[in-house]
Design a protein around this ligand. Structure first.
Ligand code: CMP
Length: 137
């Protein structure tokens, strides 16, 4: 059993598809172990995406991730990190495989509907960033 962090990003929250996205996870063997709807501050978003701080898209990414509420979740299941990434599809929705969350719900490489941890190590860090142990059930 693994745990991974998922974020439903501002575009998908604004498009009112939170339930449709969670259904993709639940229908494919992942379970919501923790969940919260929040408005990130600039400081939160900059810290969360610290690894990308030298990338040219960093400022736009922080702006975008603070442009509206997001839903943060801990997903649990067998091979949860990889399974979540398969369900999300490629970062750029134009390259995402048909039937993936990004192919079906994302607007652009930035407004790409969901975030998912890219490794077990990062999943642990990202889960700790948002959730206390007692909130993960
Ligand atoms: P995410 O999985 O949340 O991790 C970093 C995010 O940066 C990524 O999804 C994209 O939404 C965003 N981003 C914006 N522009 C780019 C780009 N050119 N290449 C990669 N990621 C980008």
């Amino acid at each position: 059993m693994e745990k991974t962090l998922s974020i439903i990003k501002p575009d998908a929250v604004a498009n009112n598809v939170i339930g449709k996205i969670i259904d993709r996870f639940e229908s494919n063997g992942l379970r919501v172990a923790a969940m919260r709807k929040i408005q990130l501050t600039k400081k939160d978003a900059a810290k969360f995406y610290e690894v990308h701080k030298e990338r040219p898209f960093f400022n736009d990414l922080v702006e975008y991730m603070t442009s509206g509420p997001v839903v943060v979740m801990v997903l649990e299941g067998e091979n949860a990190v990889l399974k979540n990434r398969e369900l999300m599809g490629a970062t750029d929705p134009k390259k995402a495989a048909p039937g993936t969350i990004r192919a079906d719900f994302a607007e652009s490489i930035e407004a790409n509907a969901v975030h998912g941890s890219d490794s077990l190590e990062n999943a642990q860090k990202e889960i700790r960033f948002f959730f206390a142990e007692r909130e993960i059930l």
